[in-house]
Design a protein around this ligand. Structure first.
Ligand code: PLP
Length: 364
């Protein structure tokens, strides 16, 4: 590969995940794979028990707490197995046969969680937006006060909806924040558990962030295999077994970048600006329309359709010509999806909006 190829990498990356990361993070990661901290070794060939890497892991955990404003009531873990493993791990660790779990069904990821939680105890689906192909967030449902937890998907990556309000309940939320972690401040008092696969808004694929409030632990009686027991990973500070060094290192760099750029408050402002730009265009451009209900629109995944479907391929061709990558919609929604995660630059959204405008001039 020519030395210049990395400098000419300048696509507008709207991929839903794995997704765009800050340019400076990619550069630091590239450097670390050649020579980590001037050790003369690649980060790919070092012991995870060495001092420098232990520091990386500790730093990742403390940055996470700092960004989310979590105190010592919370334990932070970096695990493997993806957010998909958390669908059952949360149930295995927190739900008894004589307990009760609740969930709100807001799409593919909550449906998958439903399937897994049911294996461990009773589950009540309190509300669902399946009737309108998950284009809105259900509201106004009652949460039984004796429930062990309420599982919520905060941002629905596929459908482009996001919780901007939370149910009024004291039942601890178990929240899948895979696609909007670190995108905005959170009200930590609501959550018993937060989990997120790294590859949408935190880093590359290969690690999953899990945050557990300590009072959630030690309540179920079943035998839990060592690797699936949160206590194992809490006691061993996420180093019970060989941890995925590169994904956690890059996640740590990304969290540092978030911190340097105004923290989660700064990210929220940045994300709101980008989303406003694109939603305003969707609401005014006669060729396109947004998919999600207005009040539930996601700031992370913006789903939209083109009124004349026969123009789909042409739109993809023209956007691709301008360096726009990853906007083809998910098959369960169709159309397009622009993922505007933390690291996506506003300029990328401007490029997309300009293309939409000229498309409307030509075909509108
Ligand atoms: C991508 C995604 C998942 C699945 O994550 P994996 O890490 O691939 O298991 C779960 N929930 C949400 C909201 C997602 O966006």
């Amino acid at each position: 590969m020519k030395a210049t190829s990395i400098d000419t990498m300048k696509k507008h990356n709207f991929s839903a995940g794995p997704a765009v990361l800050p340019r400076t993070v990619i550069e630091q990661a590239a450097k670390a794979t050649l020579n980590f901290n001037d050790s003369g070794l690649s980060i790919l060939e070092m012991s995870h028990r060495g001092k420098d890497l232990v520091e990386v892991l500790e730093n990742a955990m403390s940055l996470c707490k700092e960004l989310l404003g979590l105190d010592d009531d919370y334990e932070v873990m970096f695990l493997t197995g993806g957010a998909s493993s958390q669908f059952y791990m949360t149930a295995m660790n927190f739900l008894d046969e004589n307990g009760k779990a609740c969930i709100v069904d807001t799409g593919t990821w909550s449906s998958k969680a439903i399937k897994e939680i049911k294996r461990f105890g009773p589950l009540e689906t309190l509300a669902s937006s399946k009737d309108k192909n998950y284009s809105y967030i259900p509201k106004g449902y009652q949460v039984p006060s004796d429930a062990s937890f309420l599982h919520i998907t905060s941002n629905n990556t596929i459908y482009g909806t996001q919780h901007h309000e939370w149910p009024d309940t004291k039942v601890p939320l178990i929240c899948d924040m895979s696609s909007d972690i670190f995108s905005r401040p959170i009200d930590k008092n609501k959550y018993g558990v937060i989990y997120a696969g790294a590859q949408k808004n935190m880093g590359p694929a290969g690690t999953t962030l899990v945050i557990v409030r300590k009072d959630m632990l030690g309540k179920v009686k079943r035998e839990i295999p060592t690797m699936l027991d949160y206590n194992t990973h809490i006691q061993k500070k996420s180093a019970f077994n060989t941890w995925p060094v590169l994904p956690i290192y890059v996640s740590m760099l990304t969290m540092q970048w978030v911190k340097e750029n105004g923290g989660v408050e700064g990210m929220q402002v940045r994300n709101q600006e980008k989303a406003d730009l694109l939603y305003q265009e969707l609401d005014s451009n006669p060729l396109f329309k947004g998919v999600a209900a207005k009040e539930d629109r996601s700031l992370m995944n913006i789903t939209f359709l083109i009124n004349d479907e026969s123009l789909t391929e042409e739109f993809l061709r023209v956007t691709s010509e301008q360096g726009v990558s990853g906007i083809k919609g998910h098959r369960s929604v169709g159309g397009f999806r622009a993922s505007t995660y933390n690291a996506l630059e506003k300029q990328s959204v401007e490029v997309l909006v300009d293309i939409m405008k000229s498309f409307a001039n030509k075909y509108g």
